[in-house]
Design a protein around this ligand. Sequence first.
Ligand code: ATP
Ligand code: MG
Length: 301
Amino acid sequence: MRKIRTYKEVQHSTGSEILEQVVDQLGQLAARLSTVGTVVAVASGKGGVGKSAITANLAAALAMRGHRVGAVDADLNGPSLGRMLGVSGMSLGDSPDGVEPPQGVQGVRVMSMELLQDAEDTPLGWRAPDFGKFTWRSTLETGVLREFLADVAWGELDFLLVDVPPGTDKIERLLELLPDLDQALLVTTPSESARFVVSKSLRLVQEAGVGVVGLVANMTEHECSQCGHRSSLFESGGAERLAAESGVPLWASIPFDPRLGASTDLGEPLVTKEPDAASSRAILALADRVAAAAQAGANTQ
Ligand SMILES: Nc1ncnc2c1ncn2[C@@H]1O[C@H](COP(=O)(O)OP(=O)(O)OP(=O)(O)O)[C@@H](O)[C@H]1O
Ligand SMILES: [Mg+2]
């Protein structure tokens, strides 16, 4: 039963009533996620490093290993996870327990803003008053994300992955909603500029006390399809440096593989199509690390 009141309903509102609502909402969120084993945020801070492609392939890889998996596209303005997991054009169901998410590749349950938009090229419009636009937008975005997590009938899941959009502020907002986040995977490329941004994100999740943090280096090297020669895409080795400086383990190094991009972007994560490709093997090994860390966490509880 939703208890969220509109501002009109909250007449003569006092600060404490608003606070009561917020506490209520966070309570609903915790209750919903009590049937989810492990929540994993796939984040970076940096844009375009492969967060969504990795989330899609990781979700499929965990499902291939027999786990029950859900995935939330927290990118409200540029959703891409739904397409990558093959639920574009599918409808959301309605049940007394909440919104029913469609099942995509390998039975992964997916919630994305894309499923709420009429046409795929409709940009998301936020109606906000002229003053304080930033604050309004942040509040609306946080509200939508909370509903994606709390009002969706996720059911029993072993893993719920959250594809976090670029910007360190988005990581902060997710942590406000999920203060007990189980795992954070921070995606970086070996470039120096990625290292700089991701080091800030790393600090954020560490200071928030996230139990398990792993680094994922993406687009590390490229193998020539003609001659098989392997070369680094970036020279700086930023991911290894970041791991060494922070003491956070590097959980995966995923090579650049044009097939991964082409296949995943069309709704077929490469792990399902070519599990023996080097990039797929790296992602399957990442899935095993995520599952092992979840198991270790469950054993200590
Ligand atoms: N290892 C890889 N090899 C080849 N292509 C890749 C690889 N990783 C990601 N891609 C492709 O690169 C493009 C950008 O990746 P993606 O959209 O996952 O990045 P992102 O970090 O989610 O971006 P944004 O910050 O905009 O959300 C996509 O087309 C994706 O399929
Ligand atoms: Mg993305």
